[in-house]
Structures are given as C-alpha cells and as structure tokens.
Design a protein around this ligand. Structure first.
Ligand code: COA
Length: 183
C-alpha cells in the first residue's frame, strides 16, 4: 500500500497548560545532555548515557531529520512562561497509512514532578487528532514506570493490556503495558 504523506509541520505550536511543543533546535543541547543523565532514557532511544556535546548534537540532528524521513514529529517540550526547554516528545507515524501512531516522552530530571509530561502528552495527542486518517495513538510503558503510567492516564490514555516478553532492554526480555487513546 502506498504510504500517505506526512502532514506539514503545525503552523501553530501544539500547547497545553504550562507547555508548548516546537521543533528540536541546536539550542536544545543542554536539555538533551541533562536528559541523557537519566539511565533509562538511553535505553529507550538513541541518546547515549551522559552524552557529550557532540553526541547530544548528533541526537538533535537525528530528531531534526524525523519529519523529512517520514518517521514522525519530534518535538521539544518548552515552558510557555520562560521559553526553557524541559524535555522531548515524539509522535511516530510509520503506520499512519493504517491509522495508527505511537508516542514517547521524557522530561529532564530537574523539572519532574510538576505534571509537565502529562501536559506535553495532552498537547501531542490533541495535535495527533488534527492529522487526517489517524485514529489511534499507542504508548508502551514498562510496568514499574509509575510516573509514565500516571502521565498516560492524566493525558486520557486507557490501559489495554500487558504485552508479555514484548521487547529486549539491557539484554533482558521485558513486558510492556499497552496504553492507547482513540478517536
Ligand atoms: C515519565 C516522565 C516523563 C514523567 O514526567 P513528569 O513531568 O516528571 O511527571 P510527574 O512528575 O508529574 O509525574 C506524573 C505522575 O507520576 C507520579 N510519580 C512520579 N514519580 C513517581 C514514582 N517514582 N512513584 C510513583 N509515582 C510517581 C506523580 O506523582 C504524578 O502523579 P499524579 O498524576 O497522580 O500527580 C519522567 O519521569 C521521565 O522523563 N522519565 C524517563 C523517561 C521515561 O520513562 N519516559 C516514558 C517512557 S514510556
């Protein structure tokens, strides 16, 4: 089946509560380096642990190529009041022709505990529903990851089940909870 083209980058940045989402910029280097200090972040993406400036810039370049490569929308999460970059989220659209997307998110350790991930995921999901032909956004979350589960629930996602031995992380098969939002 022919792949549908990705929609244009949103003219108005997706926003909710204290945050808005914008394209990843070179100035996000320090945010990326702080994200990389969380040992879990490198396990679920391409940012190396304790990234050097060069490694963080490489990650930024990969994010900046996602839309053109038709992989999806890679956003920096930014505080509305100060313009500070506080994290990253992505809407991944390789299955857009089937009406499906997946999403992921991370907030820098120093800004956690303020509901910023839930606000960002809400903005991301509201944006998702503007994409023609998209009906479902799924999240895969490890069962121990309470903060991510709470984030998903706060953003309106429902738990659909446990995918046993779904993926390999650190050389170990891991179960994943499946959450999804649908329209
Ligand atoms: C998951 C993550 C994005 C949450 O970001 P956040 O903005 O800090 O989210 P919050 O601190 O507001 O936490 C969300 C909820 O989890 C709860 N929570 C946070 N840490 C918790 C913990 N260790 N144990 C139990 N509950 C926790 C908060 O109380 C909050 O609950 P509430 O909605 O009832 O108030 C952040 O922890 C992170 O970046 N983790 C590493 C990357 C990651 O795991 N991404 C998700 C992959 S599926």
């Amino acid at each position: 089946m022919a792949l549908s083209a990705l929609p244009e980058w949103p003219a108005v940045p997706p926003a909710h509560g204290p945050v808005f989402l914008r394209a990843v910029e070179d100035d996000d280097l320090e945010m990326a380096r702080e994200l990389s200090t969380d040992p879990y972040v490198p396990l679920v993406g391409t940012l190396p642990l304790n990234a050097s400036a060069d490694q963080a810039l490489g990650w930024i370049r990969r994010q900046q190529s996602r839309h053109a490569a038709r992989t999806g929308f890679s956003f920096t999460i930014v505080l509305k009041d100060s313009g500070t970059a506080v994290g990253h989220c992505g809407l991944w659209l390789s299955e857009l022709d089937k009406g499906r997307a997946t999403a992921g998110y991370a907030v820098v350790p120093s800004k956690r505990g303020q509901g910023l991930a839930a606000a960002a995921l809400t903005a991301l999901t509201d944006f998702a529903w503007t994409i023609p032909g998209l009906h479902r956004v799924a999240l895969l979350i490890e069962p121990w990851n309470t903060a991510s589960i709470r984030t998903a629930v706060r953003a309106g996602y429902e738990r659909e089940g446990l995918l046993r031995s779904y993926t390999e992380i650190e050389g170990e098969r891991r179960d994943m909870l499946l959450f999804a939002a649908v329209i």
